[in-house]
Design a protein around this ligand. Structure first.
Ligand SMILES: C[S@@+](CC[C@H](N)C(=O)[O-])C[C@H]1O[C@@H](n2cnc3c(N)ncnc32)[C@H](O)[C@@H]1O
Length: 268
């Protein structure tokens, strides 16, 4: 299993090495201490409207990272399972949850191989905040997310907007990457560890959700503004910041559609 996604294992080692620095950043922001009391700090109005009343609902967060969404959902009364590939990220999140007296189940897993999570065991699966960029197989990721979801359950994705990735690595106003160049993009972290990133398109996200067996109930592009972080300094401020997708799992499970024959070719 471990060998199935060698790039993910490389990313795991990199995230383990980066976890302490990431925690320093989220400590400085301080949201994780407050979002269980004020979920609006971590979840936007559209997310909260789609989630509705989730007290007592089994909810899974995939690629939980800083766990701000996890703590917000726990504060809303959901029974939350937090999934991340990085042991070190989860150790930090577990200690933070304990310090807030929040009950959260933590599972270390690749989002493409959720073997520890049973079929149809969640009412809500949530993922977002820059996760898909680390995933080499978006169709498998979304198929796993929908497999663990109960029929009519909500699959909520709120990720970094695909168009912005074109300016990643840019030194000027022109984009550095083609929209349809999905990667992999290989970088070396400050610790000298390789990391692999992927640029999925909006269509890739929507199609993967439909193919996994959802009907699309919401799509929204939101937010403008200056990018934070050195890499992204050149991202035009007037592009949308996030892509939000809401899917409802259909009764009959995944839709059997063929793998795409070619990627990026225009429709005729
Ligand atoms: C940029 S964080 C995003 C999460 C959160 N929004 C945040 O800002 O912390 C990325 C997280 O995804 C996790 N991750 C990367 N690849 C993964 C995979 N294949 N399966 C599960 N988690 C993964 C990393 O360990 C990291 O905690």
């Amino acid at each position: 299993m471990k060998d199935e996604y060698p790039q993910h294992e490389a990313n795991r080692a990199m995230w383990n090495a980066q976890a302490t620095a990431w925690a320093r950043g989220t400590d400085a922001r301080g949201l994780w201490r407050r979002c269980h009391q004020d979920p609006s700090l971590a979840l936007c109005p559209t997310e909260r409207a789609l989630l509705g009343t989730i007290a007592g609902r089994e909810t899974c967060v995939l690629g939980s990272g800083d766990n701000e969404a996890v703590f917000a959902l726990a504060g809303m009364g959901a029974l939350v399972t937090s999934v991340d590939i990085s042991d070190a990220q989860l150790d930090i999140a577990r200690a933070r949850a304990e310090s807030l007296s929040l009950e959260v189940r933590f599972v270390r897993s690749d989002v493409c191989i959720l073997t520890d999570l049973a079929d149809e065991s969640f009412d809500v699966v949530y993922t977002g905040g820059h996760i898909s960029v680390w995933i080499s197989d978006l169709r498998r990721y979304y198929a796993e997310a929908v497999r663990i979801l109960r029929p009519h359950g909500l699959f909520l994705v709120n990720d970094y907007h695909p168009t912005r990735r074109m300016w990643h690595d840019s030194q000027g106003p022109a984009p550095a990457h083609r929209y349809f160049d999905r990667g992999p993009y290989r970088y070396v972290s400050e610790e000298g560890l390789p990391q692999y990133e992927y640029h999925w398109t909006t269509t890739d996200h929507v199609q993967a959700m439909l193919d996994a067996g959802c009907t699309l109930v919401k799509i929204e592009e939101d937010g403008e503004g200056e990018e934070e972080g050195a890499h992204a300094a050149m991202v035009p401020a007037d592009l949308p910041r996030s892509l939000l997708l809401g899917g409802r799992k259909m009764g009959g499970g995944a839709v059997d559609r063929p793998e795409p024959e070619s990627r990026g070719a225009p429709c005729r």
